[in-house]
Design a protein around this ligand. Structure first.
Ligand code: NAP
Length: 253
C-alpha cells in the first residue's frame, strides 16, 4: 500500500546540522516516519534534538564534529556504522552563510562556505555510498537552496556552493542509480532559522522578501519534513537527481 512505502521503520539515517533549524525539523520528520538517527552538529545543540527524538521512541546517537574538517567524514560514517551496522539514508543538511558584497568578499569566507556547504557534503555522500553500494540500496538527500536558481544578494560563496551541490547531485544520481542509490536534493526557499537572522532583523529587506513569497509567509523547518521523508523512503525509488523545491512558490514567480 502506498503509505507503507513512505515508512522509514528500521532505517538508519544520518542527519548533519541536526541541532537547530531545518536539520532539527528533518531529523524529527524522519523519526516520526520510523527512522533511527545518527545526528551530527558542531556544538552540543544536537543533544536537544536527541531528547526530542527519544520522545518519539526512536534510537538516536549523536556526534559533535566540525564539518569544516575533512577528518570529520570518516568519523561520521564510521560512527553511524558502529551504531547501526548500515547507512540507509544520508541527509546532507549542515551549512553556513557568509554575507558581504561581491567586491569585498574575502577569501577566508569563500573557503569556509565552500568547505562546509559543498566539499564536505560531497565526500560524506561518497563515503556513505560505499556502504550503500554493498547493499544495493540507499538514499542521499542534499539540502541545496532556491539560490541554485539565482545569484542571491551579497552571498556569492553560498550561491557557488549550492549551485555546485545541485550539479553534483545529478552527477551522483547518474552514476549511482544502477547501484540502487537515489541521490536527490531539496531546495528550500526562505525558512525562518538562525541562518536568516540578519535578513529577518533587516525590516525593509524582510518585508521585500516576504512580499514576494506567493504563499504569503516564510517557511518553517516543519514545511520540509514531507519532502525529506519522501526522498528518504521507498516512495521515491524511481526519483534520481531531482531538485524538490519547497519554497512557498518563490521560484515560480
Ligand atoms: P542554521 O539554523 O544556521 O543551522 C545550521 C546547522 O548546521 C546547525 O545545527 C549547525 O551546528 C550545523 N553546522 C554549521 N556549521 C557546521 C560545521 N562546521 N560542522 C558541523 N555542523 C555545522 O541553518 P538552517 O537554516 O537550518 O540551514 C540548514 C541547511 O538548509 C543549510 O544547508 C542551509 O544552507 C540550507 N538552507 C536554508 C535556508 C533557510 O532559509 N534557512 C534556505 C535554503 C537552504 P550547531 O547547531 O552545532 O552550530
Amino acid at each position: 500500500m502506498i503509505l507503507d512505502r513512505f515508512s522509514l521503520k528500521g532505517r538508519a539515517a544520518i542527519v548533519t546540522g541536526a541541532g537547530r533549524g531545518i536539520g532539527q525539523g528533518l531529523a524529527l520528520g524522519l523519526a516520526e516516519a520510523g527512522a533511527d538517527l545518527f545526528l551530527v552538529s558542531k556544538s552540543d545543540s544536537v543533544e536537544a534534538t536527541k531528547a526530542l527524538v527519544e520522545k518519539l521512541g526512536r534510537r538516536v546517537v549523536t556526534l559533535q564534529a566540525d564539518l569544516a574538517d575533512m577528518a570529520s567524514v570518516p568519523r561520521v560514517v564510521e560512527g553511524a556504522l558502529a551504531a547501526y551496522g548500515k547507512i540507509d539514508i544520508l541527509v546532507n543538511n549542515a551549512g553556513i552563510q557568509r554575507r558581504a558584497p561581491v567586491i569585498e568578499f574575502s577569501e577566508k569566507d569563500w573557503d569556509e562556505v565552500l568547505q562546509v556547504d559543498q566539499k564536505v557534503p560531497f565526500f560524506l555522500a561518497q563515503a556513505a555510498a560505499r556502504d550503500m553500494m554493498k547493499r544495493k540500496k540507499g538514499k542521499i538527500v542534499n539540502i541545496a537552496s532556491v539560490i541554485c536558481f539565482s545569484g542571491g544578494l551579497r552571498i556569492p560563496a553560498y550561491a557557488a556552493a549550492k549551485g555546485g551541490m545541485r550539479q553534483y547531485t545529478m552527477s551522483m544520481a547518474v552514476e549511482w542509480a544502477a547501484h540502487g542509490i537515489n541521490v536527490n536534493a531539496i531546495a528550500p526557499g526562505y525558512i525562518a532559522t538562525d541562518m536568516n537572522t540578519a535578513l529577518i532583523e533587516d525590516k525593509a529587506r524582510f518585508e521585500d522578501l516576504s512580499s514576494r513569497i506567493p504563499a504569503g509567509r516564510w517557511g518553517s523547518p516543519d514545511d520540509l519534513k514531507g519532502a525529506a521523508v519522501y526522498l528518504a523512503s521507498d516512495a521515491s525509488d524511481y526519483c534520481h537527481g531531482t531538485m524538490l523545491v519547497v519554497d512557498g512558490g518563490w521560484t515560480s514567480r
